[in-house]
Design a binder for this molecule. Structure first.
Ligand SMILES: C[S@@+](CC[C@H](N)C(=O)[O-])C[C@H]1O[C@@H](n2cnc3c(N)ncnc32)[C@H](O)[C@@H]1O
Length: 288
């Protein structure tokens, strides 16, 4: 409750109150001292431009299992659809892209605003594989190109888009991709910064931090910025998550059909879900 109240205070811009509350937190809290240290000292600059903490994060805790299951799920879409043109939105260091793109693929568009991560993604592909790296965000990429894809995939990245950009991007993709596959977390639809949101985050972060006891920089340089970004209006917000049913609604609204959702992992933050859909033939079939 103390951590949740502190997060609520952060959401109200009351940093001093948040720090007072955290100073009184029960000794057993894992989150309170880490959150306090972060609020007191950190420079809040995002987490992907210098991505070493993010990359350490995905190597440990529940992430190896989560990534194994993510790769299996995305691969099964490739097996079913045999794409020749693939777009990966927010490919990160390309570990999912490289593990899922098969030999039938002639074009792989990698869209990734972090130049460090994009460079690592490119290095995973042998020369001559039809790779097109694009060092920019997806909104800019769709504006700058007219390419169409058989499969568009995005793992734990589509939630980087704020709701208006998310809806506009899904609308644009419904016209330009035959199949869409997202892997995201099924997070309850909170009123942003509400006590319900704060309680959820505080409880889940106790579980998450337990997995990174031996990785302090993961906590200070990745998990804390992601947590505080959800509450502090003065720091960059890195995630705009929502429930699986809200994703389903957004995809259907954008014009996708056969939207299917499957839980692939009972992850500490929220269940991980694969969300797959196809464009309706009216939108896609005639114009390719
Ligand atoms: C949690 S990481 C996931 C990376 C990768 N897909 C994976 O599964 O490991 C989120 C990624 O989204 C990227 N990202 C952030 N904003 C984006 C945008 N507007 N368009 C495309 N990618 C974006 C980040 O740079 C980061 O690489």
């Amino acid at each position: 409750m103390t951590v949740a109240s502190a997060l609520r205070a952060v959401a109200e811009g009351e940093l001093a109150t948040a720090l007072d509350l955290l100073a009184e937190a029960p000794a057993g809290s894992r989150v309170a001292p880490r959150l306090m240290a972060y609020l007191e000292t950190s420079v809040h600059n995002g987490v992907y431009a210098a991505p070493s903490a993010f990359q350490e994060f995905i190597e440990f805790g529940g992430n190896p299992r989560l990534y194994r299951r993510t790769i299996e799920a995305v691969r099964s879409i490739h097996h079913a659809t045999r794409p020749t043109a693939v777009l990966d939105i927010g490919c990160g260091d390309g570990r999912v892209t490289a593990a899922t793109v098969g030999p039938s693929v002639a074009l792989v568009d990698l869209v990734e605003p972090s130049s460090v991560l994009l460079g690592e993604a490119v290095a995973r592909f042998p020369a001559g594989t039809g790779l097109q790296p694009h060092n920019r965000g997806i909104v800019e990429h769709l504006d700058a190109t007219t390419t169409r894809w058989d499969v568009t995939q995005s793992t734990f990245a589509f939630h980087s888009l704020a709701p208006a950009a998310r809806r506009a991007t899904l609308g644009a993709l419904a016209d330009r991709t035959r199949h869409l596959v997202l892997v995201e977390f099924d997070v309850p639809d909170f009123a942003d910064g509400s006590m319900r949101h704060a309680r959820y985050a505080a409880d889940r972060y106790e579980l998450g931090l337990a997995e990174y006891h031996d990785h302090p920089s993961v906590i200070s340089d990745f998990l804390m910025p992601v947590l505080v970004g959800q509450f502090d209006p003065s720091t960059p917000r890195l995630t705009f998550e929502q429930s699986a049913s809200s994703w389903q609604r957004d995809l259907a609204h954008a014009g996708f059909v056969d939207v299917e959702i499957e839980v692939i992992d009972d992850y500490w933050w929220a269940p991980a879900v694969v969300i797959s859909a196809r464009a309706s033939t009216g939108q896609w079939g005639d114009r390719r």
